[in-house]
Design a protein around this ligand. Structure first.
Ligand code: SAH
Ligand code: SF4
Ligand code: F3S
Length: 476
């Protein structure tokens, strides 16, 4: 598909706006008749990309005249935005869909929709259709922008609606977005994934890679900064493929630099970087631009070259470490984080120990560790796997122990230091009422006035745990 064919056309978007207006009219009539406004709730189960899609769903629902509901129980429309990356995520969704049957019995007019990555799988869409007859709308990731039409069909014809077409997926610009707040902003720069790591379902449910136009991204970021946003997060399954297959004049490091050069007081983060595509140019750009956070999420998945090959990751542990060393040399205070899968089919104790050795060598600030979960239709799901579950669990716990000790040491070394933090939200600790974040991405619970939320300030670190830091606000 040529890049210009990747965009949903203005005519198609205008048609959806018509449906939005018709629904808004129906909802106004409802309010006039019953003296209450209909409400909607969107629940999200996935990654940041899914959360960004959920913000779009909330934006579209707002324009349809629905007010936000505080939970599923009394909402007139409930949408579940699902994730398929591991079985656990899918089980949680199915459990919650099951629980909604009571709400639906009590209020048959309620509309229940299930969207996102799980529904983009044909077998799962069929299961939802058959086993959950009270689910009204099932829509895949590629149908997100058609949500107004789907809700309109349900409202006017009362029939169940299914939109899970197998397509490559396109980019819909200009959809309304309802954000939680304007302190941190999530901006997708590209969608989809072409990498087909052998364990991963994402390329099947998110479609092929496609990149937004640089001017659309920069305009969105400008808008966020004007609204007072202090942290810009550029998102994509593999941000370093940004611009591939297009005639844009920018690759990802160029885009990152252009974002960082916009005027305003903000910090820029990005995720995710596939190690095979993260270049020295990316690191140099991070080193050059003050506004880019000294933080790199670089998922390694395994420390064994044999397993990396089976995973189709297309780099070796040595190549990975070379990039880490380069980044550390250019950005001495850089914080690395990573994803690791334990118990990939055929992983031996020796393979696993190579992962442990890599973790000890890199000394990540934090790790996201996952037990391998077979995903139907991926190559790894049919690879022989003779490691017992208990052994995988033991390895998993060993890895967590090793990482906790490293995180604890890194955090302990911060005690007594003073650093810049962004105050993000209220915390659950009375003595440290503000949840803040260092430039390197570490969470700091801060003794400060919650009025500071939304601003940068200086924190003196007084205490550390493996998961977070505790500090006091100090004057510059
Ligand atoms: N695009 C990103 C993130 C993909 S999903 C990347 O390439 O890193 C987030 C993480 O989930 C992955 O990095 C991987 O560690 C984990 N994951 C993906 N599929 C999985 C599976 N089948 N079982 C266990 N973990 C998985
Ligand atoms: Fe999945 Fe690999 Fe793509 Fe990440 S890069 S989304 S792990 S296929
Ligand atoms: Fe994200 Fe899960 Fe989909 S990790 S892309 S929501 S499968």
């Amino acid at each position: 598909m040529k890049n210009q064919e990747v965009f949903v056309t203005p005519q198609e978007l205008a048609r959806q706006r018509e449906f939005t207006e018709r629904i808004a009219k129906l909802n106004d009539e409802y309010t006039a008749r019953y003296g209450r406004r209909r409400s909607a709730f969107v629940d999200c189960y996935g990654c940041q990309q899914n959360e960004a899609d959920a913000e779009c769903m909330r934006g579209m629902l707002r324009e349809m005249g629905y007010e936000p509901a505080k939970d599923e129980q009394d909402a007139d429309v409930v949408l579940l935005n699902t994730c398929a990356v591991r079985e656990h995520a899918e089980m949680r969704v199915l459990g919650n869909v099951g629980a909604l049957s009571h709400c639906k019995k009590a209020r048959p007019d309620m509309i229940i929709g299930v969207g996102g990555c799980m529904t983009q799988q044909t077998a799962m869409a069929e299961k939802l259709k058959k086993s959950f007859p009270y689910v009204d709308i099932v829509f895949g990731t590629h149908a997100l922008w058609r949500l107004p039409e789907l809700i309109y069909q349900k409202l006017t014809f009362g029939r169940r609606v299914f939109d899970v077409e197998d397509e490559d997926g396109r980019i819909a610009e200009g959809l309304p977005v309802q954000r939680k707040d304007y302190i941190r902003g999530w901006v997708s720069v590209m969608y989809g994934c072409n990498n087909f790591c052998s364990y991963c379902i994402v390329p099947y449910v998110r479609g092929r890679e496609r990149s937004r136009r640089p001017e659309d991204i920069l305009n969105e970021v400008r808008g966020l900064i004007e609204k007072g946003c202090r942290e810009i997060n550029l998102l994509g399954q593999n941000v370093n493929s940004y611009g591939h297959g297009t005639d844009y004049a920018m690759d990802f490091p160029d885009l990152l630099r252009a974002v960082a050069q916009l005027p305003g007081d903000f910090i820029v983060r990005f995720m995710t970087s596939h190690p095979k595509d993260a270049t020295r140019k990316l690191i140099d750009t991070m080193a050059d631009c003050e506004k880019i956070a000294p933080q790199l999420h670089l998922p390694v998945q395994s420390g064994s070259d044999r397993i990396l090959k089976e995973m189709n990751r297309r780099y070796t542990a040595a190549q990975y470490l070379e990039l880490i060393d380069y980044a550390r040399a250019r950005i001495p205070n850089i914080a690395f984080t990573s994803d690791i899968i334990v118990g990939f089919p055929g992983e031996t104790l020796e393979d696993f120990e190579q992962t442990l050795a890599l973790v000890e060598r890199v000394r990540y600030h934090a790790l996201f560790t996952f037990l391998y979960s077979p995903r139907g239709g991926t190559p790894a799901a049919s690879m022989p796997d003779d490691t017992p579950h208990e052994e995988k669990q033991r390895r998993f716990e060993r890895l967590c122990q090793v990482q906790n000790a490293i995180s604890e040491q890194i955090h302990a070394a911060c005690v007594g230091q003073t650093c810049r933090v962004l105050c993000e939200s209220k915390s659950r600790f009375d003595a440290f009422p503000v949840a803040a974040r260092t430039d390197t991405g570490r969470v700091v619970y801060l003794a400060a006035d919650p009025k500071e939320i939304g601003t940068f300030c200086r924190a003196h670190i007084v205490r550390a745990s493996p998961w977070a830091l505790f500090g006091e606000k100090v004057e510059d």
